[in-house]
Design a protein around this ligand. Sequence first.
Ligand code: F3S
Ligand code: F3S
Length: 105
Amino acid sequence: TYVIAQPCVDLKDKACIEECPVDCIYEGERMLYIHPDECVDCGACEPVCPVEAIYYEDDTPEEWTDYYKANVEFFEDLGSPGGAAKLGLIPKDHPLISALPPQAA
Ligand code: F3S
Ligand code: F3S
């Protein structure tokens, strides 16, 4: 799967959403999350993120390896919705993200 990491927090550019052929990039309050079972590893989202927040799981920079868990655990209570568009904004974040101070530049 691919993983969204810290640069997305409080920015949410959303260019990635347009590229994903399976609509598996879900919007939380402060960042977006990739569904680990719905992502087909096409990689289309990765180059379009203006802040390089998206990585293939094995290529996630050391300081952001926790974000793999954050993307997976975000969906623990959601299961596999099968499409992000119909859910829209999901009013929560993973605790790792909620605990961050404001990231906006
Ligand atoms: Fe976030 Fe980059 Fe997508 S900032 S919303 S991962 S384009
Ligand atoms: Fe979609 Fe990116 Fe996966 S475009 S299928 S989330 S690699």
